[in-house]
Ligand binder design. Sequence first.
Ligand SMILES: Cc1ncc(COP(=O)(O)O)c(C=O)c1O
Length: 426
Amino acid sequence: MGAVWYPFDVYDDVPRPALVRAEGSTLYAEDGKSYLDAIGSWWVCLHGHNHPRLLAALQAQAQQMDQVIYAGFTHAPAEQLAQSLVDLYPGAHKCFYSDDGSTAVEVALKLALHAQQRRGRPDAKRILTLANSYHGDTIGAMSAAEQGVFTHPYAPYLFAAQPLRLPYTTDITSPATEADEAALAEAEAAFATGAFAAFICEPLVQGAGGMRFYRRETLRRLWEAARRHGVLIIADEVMTGFGRTGQLFAAEHLGLAPDLACLSKGLTGGMLPLGVTLASAEIWQWFACAPVPDRFLHGHSFTANPITCAVALESLRLLQEPAEQARRQALYQNLKALACRLAGQPGFKRVRHLGGILALELEAPGVQGYLNAIGPKAYALAMAEGVLIRPLGNTLYLLPPYCFTEAELARCEQVLHHIRQTLTEA
Ligand SMILES: Cc1ncc(COP(=O)(O)O)c(C=O)c1O
């Protein structure tokens, strides 16, 4: 064991291969083994590892200018990337740079709370969140999520957001159920108290919360209710952004614009860390002419790193090219066909698919969700077959980079059946 303190590790008993190279969909280890990256390395890798276009952008920018202070100066990569993002994202007007998904969420929370003060609504302090949500590991991001296994030691120190329980579905277009109506009524009543500053959610799919889908119409009505009551809407698109749900951004499914949106992970195609918070013109206006103490006094040392911004710009260009769009659509179709084949197989439940995401539950006794003991077993079985999946308890999912081929998907299908047969038919 070396000196590294590994991040939240629930798979301690499984060997930890040392990786030396990555290309396309594959990770290569120093012992000669390779692993098919079926989860885009924690959902960051969009186009495939070491994409030559991203590498070229990185090298070109690195030769020009490394990290520079982003206060009192600006530079083209940051300006161009911000412009591209506000042009693409529904309702976005300004782009605030940070470092990762958690800091993008922190910025959104601070902006929402601060904007409510500027709007003359200082009593609007609470955050409505979704049950089962995850928004990152910093104190604000933990506070904005439902409290649970990731947050329990810190509970006394968090401002507890109020969780709203939405029913899950395998089809985001299915009509609202009684449970949806009840959740909508609960949200409406909460908003009507005037105590809520913001409603935060991952639009349509909760990632770390178990790749759970909820209904598009319900979300649309929730956002409309928030808007009616002056509650600001924060869309955490850290996972759902950049094509994962079938649209470039999940908000596009709704035809509505949030007040604030958080992006990270796929923002640089997964090559370098970067976070942004996009703000509407309405949010911006509260800060644009504010006196100094009321401006947004927030920033990080590596804000708008030029190399990172240049890579993100190239990734955005790539994403929008017709050939890449066609490749993405083909992957969506292949995942959909795979979901149809897996549905109804004994041992699998709630098979669901949306865009580049396929998820299902393994029949498993005991506590359902992240702590189900079947997760590490499924992980180990897949790793032994050279496929990287990272189950969320008894939830298995594929969220591959867009370069994933049909043959690679077929390998994943075999592994899913192997897991099903080994762990559920015993
Ligand atoms: C929806 C969502 N928000 C925020 C985060 C936090 O991002 P990061 O790990 O880059 O801090 C994550 C990470 O998985 C996420 O899935």
